[in-house]
Write a protein that binds this ligand. Structure first.
Ligand SMILES: [Zn+2]
Length: 218
């Protein structure tokens, strides 16, 4: 179970210009071999922000995870993704072949990408959010029998909900209705691209212990 836990990536710079990325700060600098106790780093080590969070802690968002497994362990560029929408308490409304689910436990969406849909000025929509999400997802559209892997799936629930509350119009998009294509281009792909970069680095550190980079990661 412990291997499924996400480890934080640390970055330090002992002998400029090389940054070292690792899970644990070593005793000796892997670039020059000098003990870090006797010769401190040029700047304090810092943690690279992870693109993943527990959806339970992120209300009013689109959340994404691989359909099978986790991002850090199992994700490949062509993996299928599962998406959901969180309510004000972080419950994830999502749709699959088993019908509609409201995942409230803290494990199901533990390592997911969250894309916040509202900011603190959107209080009007925030107030209506839970009620609208509940009513939209209770419709007959989201039964197991209606599910279709390509034409009626988790994306349709998320996009359909956003269109039902006129989210595009509310956010001043030129095209008020979101299509599957615009939803993916505007919301999903920029985040999965960023996450893919982090996953690649994470796996490199897992196998090599240290990654040395001349340019900064962030
Ligand atoms: Zn060094």
């Amino acid at each position: 179970m412990s291997s499924l836990r996400e480890r934080g990536i640390l970055c330090f710079n002992h002998c400029s210009p090389v940054n070292v990325l690792c899970f644990e700060i070593p005793d000796d600098c892997p670039v020059c071999g000098v003990s870090l106790d006797s010769s401190p780093c040029l700047s304090p080590p810092f943690r690279i922000p992870s693109p993943f969070a527990n959806a339970k802690a992120i209300p009013y968002s689109v959340v994404i995870k691989p359909t099978v497994g986790t991002f850090l362990q199992d994700f490949k560029g062509n993996s299928n993704l599962h998406v959901g929408i969180t309510n004000s308490k972080g419950a994830v409304y999502n749709y699959d072949e088993g019908g509609l689910h409201k995942d409230k436990d803290k494990y199901s969406w533990q390592q997911s990408i969250s894309i916040p849909l509202l900011d603190k000025y959107d209080d009007e929509l925030m107030e209506l959010w839970d009620e609208c999400l509940e009513s939209y997802s209770s419709s007959e559209l989201w039964t197991p029998a209606r599910y279709d892997e390509t034409t009626h799936n988790c994306y349709d629930l998320a996009i359909g909900f956003l269109n039902s509350i006129s989210y595009g119009e509310f956010k001043g998009r030129s095209e008020a209705q979101l299509s599957r294509k615009s939803f993916c281009t505007e919301y999903i792909i920029p985040h999965t691209k960023k996450a893919a970069r982090y996953i690649e680095l994470y796996r490199k550190i897992e196998s090599l212990k240290f990654v040395k980079k001349e340019e900064s990661y962030c």
